[in-house]
Design a protein around this ligand. Structure first.
Ligand code: NAP
Length: 273
């Protein structure tokens, strides 16, 4: 199976469905095998971050797989405590070292840390201008953060990675990003399983002959959003990738979009104004 790709605003392609590797309990013992298995079943996009403490494990998987490096899209992120101009430049080098790579495909500002985010962005622009990374972007930027960024950015971010699900339906941010050529990427697309038995979701799962998890992934895909469901179980890694043989019709997409109830599994970016 193969994921469709999205073309970013600098012309490079990103596989629309990737594998997230954040382990909530920081037990990273399964990361390497999860990434290798995902690559075997067809994933070509891996999303990690310095703060997940498993860049090294991801790097080992990338070394051991038979899939060539240039076919795999790797994202990592600068953590909050490393933000600022010089420290971000150093953080990028550290991530390269941990991942044992000589370039990263997409480097993101993990959170919009107040008083630091501008210098952090300037550092990402420098890394990009030196052609050491294929694309740069941001994460957890809502409209106020995006508007502020647009006053100082010379390079428009390629991607904005945010929590985006029917239950945390950041429609204004999606619209803003679309208007400004930024690809939206949905994290925690499965709401970490919290909504697995929500009746409207179960009804659609039955209608399409899919799991509620697959319906959630497809809700992102059908809106042209990139998404990175996480699993370290082979079975679930495969299931989460079996989403390219159906699509949700307009009215089902719309009904899912009305499930918004403000459920978040991560922090609210509005606390970072
Ligand atoms: N930028 C940011 O600030 C940010 C924040 C959060 C997450 N992220 C990224 O987004 C990725 C995904 O988000 P997430 O990890 O928070 O949550 P998620 O993908 O919504 O859910 C992951 C959870 O769901 C379980 N799961 C996965 N597939 C399943 C299935 N088919 N059936 C039953 N359970 C299933 C996983 O358990 P098993 O592993 O046991 O299958 C895990 O507990 C992260 O890994 C990370 O890469 C980014």
């Amino acid at each position: 199976m193969i994921s469709p790709k999205i073309i970013l605003n600098n012309g490079i392609e990103i596989p629309q469905v990737g594998l997230g590797v954040f382990e909530e309990d920081f037990d990273i013992s399964k990361t390497k095998e999860a990434v290798k298995y995902a690559l075997e079943v067809g994933y070509r996009h891996i999303d990690t971050a310095a703060v997940y403490q498993n860049e090294e494990e991801v790097g080992k998987a990338l070394k051991e797989t038979t899939v060539p490096r240039n076919e795999i899209f790797v994202t990592t992120k600068v953590w909050n405590s490393e933000q600022g101009y010089d420290s971000t430049l150093r953080a990028y080098e550290n991530s390269l070292k941990s991942l044992q790579l000589d370039y990263i495909d997409l480097y993101l500002v993990h959170w919009p840390v107040k008083n630091k985010r501008k210098d952090t962005w300037k550092a990402l622009e420098k890394i990009y201008e030196e052609k050491r990374v294929r694309a740069i972007g941001i994460s957890n930027y809502l409209v106020p953060h995006l508007e502020e960024l647009s006053t100082y950015a010379h390079i428009i971010p390629a991607v904005n990675q945010i929590e985006f699900t029917p239950y945390c339906n950041e429609k204004d941010t999606l619209d803003w990003c679309r208007k400004n050529g930024i690809a939206l990427e949905s994290y925690s697309p499965l709401v970490r399983g919290l909504k697995r038995n929500d009746p409207p979701l179960l009804k659609l799962a039955e209608k399409y002959g899919k799991s509620t998890f697959q319906i959630l992934i497809r809700w992102a895909v059908d809106q042209g959003v990139i998404t990175i469901p996480k699993s370290s179980s082979p079975n679930r890694i495969s299931n989460n990738f079996e989403v390219f043989d159906f699509c949700l019709n307009e009215s089902d997409l719309e009904s899912l979009s009305h499930l918004h109830d403000g459920t978040r599994v991560a922090d609210d970016p509005m606390d970072y104004l």
